[in-house]
Design a protein around this ligand. Structure first.
Ligand SMILES: C[S@@+](CC[C@H](N)C(=O)[O-])C[C@H]1O[C@@H](n2cnc3c(N)ncnc32)[C@H](O)[C@@H]1O
Length: 226
């Protein structure tokens, strides 16, 4: 296992990964599952479904990491009878032994966890293989190199914080990733700054400041205007 990655416990009892090279955790120390549920599932997926009660939905995630956002989304969709197509972009995919030691099985149904365990290696596609019909694709590539013919209903933007990875929050990066969202689609992220709001407005998004997960006052939800 890479020795700069370690599993740590957060305040809600769920685990996250600490990356010593970046000096940052993959999730909030106030609670990994709590943050993921709040930012991505409730403010993103559940909000989108309340506006567009569809039976099939597509999600693109920037920074797939442990797969927690995927697992909770798949669990939500299974419970509601929604077909989910999910693409994760991940520059530094985590090894199986680390991913499967997170104990995230405690937060999702056994069917979701078992299918993730058997699908993860297959889902880790070579970049030239994207555009499959698989329900889970994890593309091992830098965001700037990512391309697909698909467009998505929702983007989960889960990059490291701007203090550690400012390039991920730049006009260039956000212009690139928002090419892959449908009109009316929703981008959610755990953070909000004046610069981020300005960039998203300039990309023709409607901006909402939504209450943040514990530990953060506000977060961003942005809807692509038609
Ligand atoms: C805050 S963590 C995301 C946590 C993840 N969503 C989870 O639930 O475990 C940020 C992720 O972005 C990935 N990453 C860093 N730079 C990247 C880049 N240029 N392109 C794509 N992913 C990147 C990191 O390896 C890390 O997995």
């Amino acid at each position: 296992m890479k020795n700069y990655l370690s599993l740590v416990q957060t305040e809600d009892g769920s685990t996250t990964i600490f990356n010593a090279l970046v000096g940052e955790n993959y999730h909030s120390m106030h609670g990994a599952v709590q943050e993921s549920q709040h930012v991505f599932i409730q403010a993103g997926l559940n909000y989108f479904m309340s506006q567009h009660p569809e039976k099939c939905i597509s999600i693109l995630e920037v920074g797939f990491g442990t797969g927690l956002n995927y697992l909770l989304s798949a669990d939500y969709c299974l419970e509601k009878g929604i077909e989910l197509y999910y693409t994760g972009i991940e520059a530094y995919p985590l090894p199986d032994e680390l991913i499967f030691s997170t104990a995230y099985n405690e937060y999702v149904s056994e069917a979701v966890w078992e299918s993730f365990k058997s699908a993860y290696q297959k889902a880790l596609l070579a970049p030239m293989q994207i555009n499959t019909d698989d329900t889970l694709e994890v593309v091992p590539i830098m965001l700037s190199e990512f391309s697909t013919e698909k467009v998505y209903d929702i983007i989960y933007f889960d990059a490291f914080a701007t203090a550690n990875q400012p390039e991920m929050w730049s006009l260039e990066a956000l212009t690139h990733v928002t090419r892959f969202i449908k009109p009316g689609g929703v981008l959610v992220t755990y953070a909000i700054t004046g610069n981020l709001k300005r960039i998203m407005k300039s990309l023709n998004f409607f901006i909402e400041k939504v209450p943040g997960a514990p530990g953060k006052r506000e977060m961003l939800r942005a809807t692509k205007l038609l």
